[in-house]
Write a protein of this length. Sequence first.
Length: 93
Amino acid sequence: MKTRTTILAVLLSFLALILLGGCGPGKYVPRANEEFYGTWINEKMDPMKIVISPDGSFGDYNLTTATTPFRGGKWKIFRKWTDSEGSVYRAKE
């Protein structure tokens, strides 16, 4: 009888974990107008200019007047949150 009770308890625990796992947040799907997309300029930083496109591509520029990026790539937003002060953050892969 103890074996049946133990097996039943394990099965119910496993079922509860499966059901709770299905209630979690799904994969984040970025919108076309995310706060991160656009041209970011700060002459005190390096790089001085960053251009981020909705397709996830970015380009870093040494100067604010430069038209050819010295580095670039792609990234994807997989999590985004807003803190108590209203600042938006993102985690990338």
